[in-house]
Design a protein around this ligand. Structure first.
Ligand SMILES: [Zn+2]
Length: 453
């Protein structure tokens, strides 16, 4: 039985073994593109990829009644990561434009009005936005993260959640934040799609001793350390006054830099700092739109020329109204070229790696995610080709430069359909929107009452 992916179809059963056939399969960054390709999915994992004829025959031998989904006219690519988000900050959408000193004078005071029960519904909009842009894995860093984890579970997407740790600044400063972070990891139960990161807020808002505790815990528990670093000139000046060194040097001293460190922004980093990052093996969480909105771009020419691993992120709705990792790749490319980065360093494969294999590696899941290869989890994005995107001689370049989130129609996470024909197959979008807007109204009311609007 062959079934065409189309707007009129019913959603296939969850976790059904099947073959996706006749698609253009972008198997991954620096990996082959299969024209008229197929993917055999078994028990939520990719069992094989290859030509449609070969894979259909192989799958039918193993599972005689297996369903074949005809994906003619679709491009299938690996699920994308958004490696730096604060999904619950959807209520700030549109409010960050033109704000100066946004973090200390605007975000932190407003966030004091957050309550744990608001976090889940506040996360719905940004998650849905990301999902519709092909994001299957979100790396989040925020307060009261249990609600955020529950929101990711609701949408059936992967979430790496980190409870913000800060004892010297932020909305809820104090050592209790570190206890909350450890309790989230050690005492709160989540399903298999939710994992953890250790999330010290930044070098100025976390004391050197606490940053070291976070780094030691991350290493001891094989977790990624995810922090803002050298995000603003304010952070640079505060750490210099406190420790007589730069935020990057302070992070290094605390043991917070290494191959499992995801350090975000580096806007005020010096040349020496960038060399330190390179030598440490850390990955930079690169949020092009957000850094420009906050302050200015970092020394991105050095990032590219020194081949520092860059993982794409969008940051929050205050500094990047959209959660569109795919769109952010095109912006990253344009910015690199305007800064004189050689085109060979920012090829379509380099860009795809920023949203797939590089994030998977820093999160320690490169054997499970990031490409469409046998043995990996079935996380994939479907884009529908049309008159608007032809001709497409280089399929990956076409996806990044000509197509975009508007062409994403279906998203599979862990073998399940998280998005089907641009809609949520097992959820009521209208109900989620009502819950989200009620939570937005509540937090805005609380902020107004507190005098921080
Ligand atoms: Zn951030």
């Amino acid at each position: 039985m062959t079934r065409q992916l189309s707007l009129n179809d019913a959603v296939p059963s969850p976790s059904e073994d099947l073959v996706i056939a006749n698609a253009t399969v972008i198997t991954g960054a620096f990996l082959p593109v299969l024209e008229n390709g197929a993917i055999f999915i078994r028990a939520g994992k990719i069992s094989a990829t290859g030509s449609a004829q070969q894979i259909i025959s192989q799958a039918k031998t193993k599972i005689p009644g297996i369903r074949v989904l005809d994906a003619t006219g679709y491009i299938v690519m690996p699920g994308l990561f958004n490696t730096h988000t604060h999904v619950a900050m959807g209520f700030f959408r549109g409010l960050g434009h033109g704000k100066t000193d946004m973090i200390e004078s605007f975000l932190f005071p407003a966030e004091k009005s957050l309550t744990p029960e608001l976090l889940k519904p506040l996360s719905y909009s940004y998650i849905f936005d990301g999902l519709r842009a092909g994001v299957t894995s979100f790396v989040d860093h925020y307060y009261f993260s249990e609600g955020i984890g529950r929101a990711f579970e609701t949408f059936g997407v992967r979430g790496w959640i980190g409870e913000t740790v800060a004892d010297l600044g932020g909305a809820f400063p104090g050592r209790e934040s570190w206890q909350r972070a450890k309790d989230l990891i050690e005492k709160t139960k989540f399903g298999p799609l939710i994992k953890h990161v250790i999330a010290p807020h930044a070098a100025d808002t976390v004391s050197p001793g606490l940053l070291k505790e976070c780094a030691d815990y991350a290493k001891a528990n094989n977790l990624t350390l995810h922090m803002h670093l050298s995000q603003t000139d304010g952070e640079l000046n505060r750490v210099k006054a406190r420790d007589n060194m730069t935020p990057v040097a302070a992070a290094k001293k605390a043991g917070a830099l290494g191959p499992r460190s995801l350090v975000v922004h580096l806007t005020s980093a010096t040349d020496d700092d960038i060399k330190t990052i390179k030598d440490s093996g850390a990955t930079i969480g690169y949020c092009p739109t957000s850094t420009v909105m906050y302050d200015r771009l970092a020394k991105i020419k050095s990032f590219h020329e020194m081949d520092i691993p860059l993982a794409i992120g969008t940051d929050c709705a205050a500094s990047n109204d959209a959660a569109d990792s795919l769109g952010e790749l095109k912006i990253a490319s344009v910015l690199a070229r305007t800064h004189g980065v050689d085109a060979a360093k920012i090829s379509p494969d380099h860009l795809l790696a920023m949203a797939t294999t590089i994030p998977a590696k820093v999160l320690g899941v490169e054997k499970e995610l990031g490409t469409l290869e046998a043995g990996k989890q079935a996380d994939m994005v479907f884009l529908k080709t049309s008159l608007s995107s032809e001709p497409a001689d280089n399929k990956l370049a076409n996806v990044i430069y000509s197509m975009g989130a508007r062409d994403v129609t279906h998203v599979m996470v862990n073998g399940n359909w998280a998005l089907w024909n641009r809609t949520l197959p097992s959820l009521n979008e209208g109900k989620l929107k009502d819950e989200y807007l009620a939570a937005v109204a509540e937090i805005r009311h609380r902020i107004q009452k507190s005098g921080h609007s």
